[in-house]
Design a protein around this ligand. Sequence first.
Ligand SMILES: Cc1cc2nc3c(=O)[nH]c(=O)nc-3n(C[C@H](O)[C@H](O)[C@H](O)COP(=O)(O)OP(=O)(O)OC[C@H]3O[C@@H](n4cnc5c(N)ncnc54)[C@H](O)[C@@H]3O)c2cc1C
Length: 382
Amino acid sequence: MNFELTEEQKIIQDMAAKFAKRELEPVAAELDQTKNRDILKKNLKKLAELGFMGLSVDPDYGGTGAGAVVFSLVMTELGRACASTTVTTSVTNMVAEVIQAVGTEELKQKYIPPLCSGEYAAGSFGLTETCAGSDPAAMRTSAVADGNDYLLNGHKIFISSAEYAGVFVVWAVTDKDAAKGRGISAFLVEPVFPGFKVGKDEKKLGQHGSCTNELIFEDCRVPRENILGKLNDGFRIAVAELAGGRIGVGSMALGIGLAAMDFATNYAKERIQFDAPIARQQAIQWMLADNYTRLEAARLLLLRAAFKKDQQQPFSREASMAKLFATEAANKACYDAMQILGGYGYTQDFPIERFYRDVRVTSIYEGTSEIQRLIIARDLLK
Ligand SMILES: Cc1cc2nc3c(=O)[nH]c(=O)nc-3n(C[C@H](O)[C@H](O)[C@H](O)COP(=O)(O)OP(=O)(O)OC[C@H]3O[C@@H](n4cnc5c(N)ncnc54)[C@H](O)[C@@H]3O)c2cc1C
């Protein structure tokens, strides 16, 4: 075994860490409070220039080809500074990757380079519906062939980045008589396609800098050649892509948890109560020790899942274990960091309250913790 990163991995990790500190951290609180999308778009453009929008994408399509381990390292470093920017970057990487994995050569040439170069601010992943959250195969959005096109009808909800995405992967039922999950196809939809509308932006607890919208399809005309992958194979494509996305969300959560703990550690060394820094109290020391131990375990789980992905080995169970553990460890780290700061942690004078809000959704989206347990158990019992 070798726990050392390669020179290339270390260089990119360092580049991400410096970028996050220099460019993302100074604007993260303002982005959270003002929801000014121009700040987000500027961040995304710079990230694209660094090559962070196609980390696992082949250089032939404008990607970096650095792989899943680097993707995990980068999401962690960015996550330390700004969750809204990081989740948008993670999803955009997922969109570029799924097109690369199953798209035709024409679709790859057309849609991947603008995602990687920043010409599109982001990519968007449209799976969830009101009736289809943890159970996406229950979706009702339909796609019916009409000449050279498909006509999409229905609604999606909770779709990240919809207001500024240049391309959407949208799942719809193409064979309503097929067994559950067997009659769904994936389509690439551009925001200018007739019959497509982006609906309201949800008012959320955290990650205020990124938008989360409804998508509305009313006889939305999508060219037949924009079917992504094989007809009626969309559910399998979504499941496969979500496994990779879980490495992104887990890695981002790890970054948030580490940022919270690093802040709390420094604070504990300086905050005097009972004539001594609170860091001298064993109660505080144990919180630091337990949280850093959990976060380190999370890092190893994430890197193992990413390593297996890079080796083209099955990694779905490992990705679910990593996401489950990392997001729950990060939630606990943010909870304890606030405890260490006491009342100050609850105010907007310090970044802990933002971390605390931003981290919460990581154990909900891209599959809740319960769904990760279900995936892990199914794999163990098969
Ligand atoms: C900020 C945000 C951004 C998002 N971005 C996107 C996006 O870009 N694209 C996209 O497609 N979706 C997105 N989502 C949707 C997200 O993936 C879903 O919210 C999530 O999968 C859970 O679905 P749900 O909200 O319908 O909860 P439900 O499925 O209704 O679950 C409710 C509760 O029941 C539990 N539960 C459900 N089924 C089971 C079961 N079989 N066993 C045990 N427990 C179960 C769940 O774990 C949860 O605790 C986003 C959501 C949010 C909040």
